[in-house]
Design a protein around this ligand. Structure first.
Ligand code: CP3
Length: 351
């Protein structure tokens, strides 16, 4: 009788299960910068509008987010946006210049800091909320929708230096020479980032990631102050407002400090850069902490048997632990798309 057949349980999403601390085999996989110039369909869309317009036009941003999901059935779909959208939404001038990257009007004094207006953020990011609502409806059932933000330290680097840099020397000097001003900038970003991520969650993001790409530039004393403390405040702020939402932290190139970061911030998953030996990291972290990573993007670009071997080595090192397969940094623009397909197949191959 029909009434005796219980409904089939909806299988929980593999990526979310891992973020809850469960070991899933084969591990779920997605890639940082999986939407990007290496995809011909991305380049076609790119010609139509500039980068910030693409980020803030819901139909375009949703389409760009979905492209790698259609091709590779990734387990995670990361919102198409950028970490610099937050300072831009607060009123800081931002342009993306071909061959140079982001260029911002630098914030170097009290007047420039005071001119920022966090009250504007909600209105400016409203189209991004709409993108998330579209994605929450359109994504295939097993795919987890990921929101994100830059961490205060990394975002401050671009805001103060005024664009990309190898050392972010202006920012790091300001942190030492004018700790009151720099501390106020970090505090402003901490609150604005918390609010923005809660907004992303309310619009449909099922987990969020904090990118701290330049965390590894800081010595331990500064790392504790400008990376760990603000990240912990963001994690606590999100947990208090939206309990149960999972948070991935990426303190890139932080070395041994990544372990203290994971413990002290309370993130659910630690994203590891290419320098990390995943077996060693696993031995040093609690067994319920999910680890994400960490194939070298150059190995992906290079392809061939070494790609398959390296993917299997990373996957096998974390067998039996919660692991999200990913790169140690973003996909490079000149990566052949078929290498991404080969990688996803290798991660999922259980033969
Ligand atoms: C430092 C940083 C930025 N942005 C980001 C970081 C942290 C991660 C990292 O370390 O790479 C994060 C980011 N940027 C972008 C995303 C979208 C989602 C995804 O991962 O696919 C994410 C998560 C899109 C983007 N962000 C950017 C593009 C390229 C824009 C274009 O189409 O020309 C994209 C798709 C531009 C960007 N944005 C930024 C730079 C330095 C640049 C220029 C360099 C480059 O072009 O790769 C700042």
């Amino acid at each position: 009788m029909d009434s005796e057949i219980s409904p089939r349980p909806v299988p929980a999403k593999p990526l979310l299960r891992v973020l809850h601390g469960e070991a899933v085999w084969p591990p779920p996989v997605w890639l940082m910068r999986q939407a990007g110039r290496y995809l011909p369909e991305f380049r076609a869309e790119r010609a139509k509008a500039d980068f910030l317009t693409r980020c803030t036009t819901p139909d375009i941003a949703a389409e760009l987010t979905l492209q790698p999901i259609r091709r590779y059935a990734m387990d995670g779909a990361i919102l198409f946006s950028d970490i610099l959208v937050l300072p831009w939404a607060m009123g800081q001038d931002l342009k993306f210049i071909e061959g140079r990257g982001p260029v911002m009007e630098p914030i170097r004094n009290r007047a420039a800091l005071d001119a920022l207006s966090p009250a504007r953020v909600a209105e400016t990011v409203a189209p991004i909320q709409e993108t998330l609502r579209i994605l929450a409806r359109e994504l295939p059932q097993p795919t987890t929708l990921l929101g994100f933000a830059g961490s205060p330290f990394t975002v401050s680097c671009y805001m103060v230096d005024g664009g990309s840099s190898r050392e972010f020397g202006v920012t790091r000097a300001m942190a030492l020479q004018d700790p009151a001003l720099y501390g106020d900038l970090i505090a402003l970003l901490t609150q604005a980032t918390t609010d923005m991520l809660i907004g992303q969650i309310d619009a449909g993001a099922e987990a969020v990631m904090l990118f701290d790409s330049w965390a590894g530039l800081l010595p331990p004393s500064q790392f504790r102050k400008h990376v760990i403390a603000p990240t912990r405040a963001i994690v606590e702020g999100i947990r208090a407002a939206r309990p149960g939402v999972k948070i991935i932290g990426f303190p890139r190139l932080a070395g041994l400090m990544a372990i203290e970061y994971a413990r002290e911030t309370g993130v659910d998953a630690l994203a590891c850069d290419t320098s990390v030996d995943m077996a060693q990291m696993a031995a040093l972290c609690p067994s319920t902490l999910a680890l994400q990573g960490n194939l070298d993007p150059i190995i992906l670009r290079n392809g061939g048997q070494s790609l398959i071997d390296e993917a299997h080595t990373i996957r096998n090192a974390l067998k039996g632990r919660p692991h999200v397969f990913n790169l140690g940094h973003g996909v490079m623009p000149d990566t052949p798309p078929e290498h991404v397909g080969a990688l996803v197949d290798a991660v999922r191959d259980i033969g």
